[in-house]
Every structure is written in structure tokens, then in C-alpha cells.
Write a protein that binds this ligand. Structure first.
Ligand SMILES: [Zn+2]
Length: 48
């Protein structure tokens, strides 16, 4: 699973759960890594 913003592989926790977050941009579901998520928070309003 790759981050839709930075294209880096998203790390997985030991339970196999990805350390990423799904966000919605124009009806598209995107998966972003934690790093991009914190960066993206400021941009979120812009896209939604
Ligand atoms: Zn990322």
C-alpha cells in the first residue's frame, strides 16, 4: 500500500494495520501516510 501523496510505502503496524489514513478528495478515497496526513491537514479544506 502506497501513500497517494508522496508515493512512499506506508508502514504497517505489527497487527498488519496500515499506519495511514483514508481521506476523501473529490469523492476519491485516498490513502495517505502519517507524515502526509499531518502535512495535509492544512490543505484538506482546500480540496473538500
Ligand atoms: Zn505520504
Amino acid at each position: 500500500m502506497k501513500c497517494d501523496i508522496c508515493r512512499n510505502e506506508i508502514a504497517k503496524s505489527f497487527l498488519g494495520k496500515i499506519k495511514g489514513t483514508y481521506i476523501k478528495i473529490n469523492k476519491d478515497k485516498k490513502i495517505v501516510c502519517d507524515e502526509c496526513q499531518s502535512r495535509y491537514k492544512n490543505l484538506k479544506e482546500k480540496f473538500s
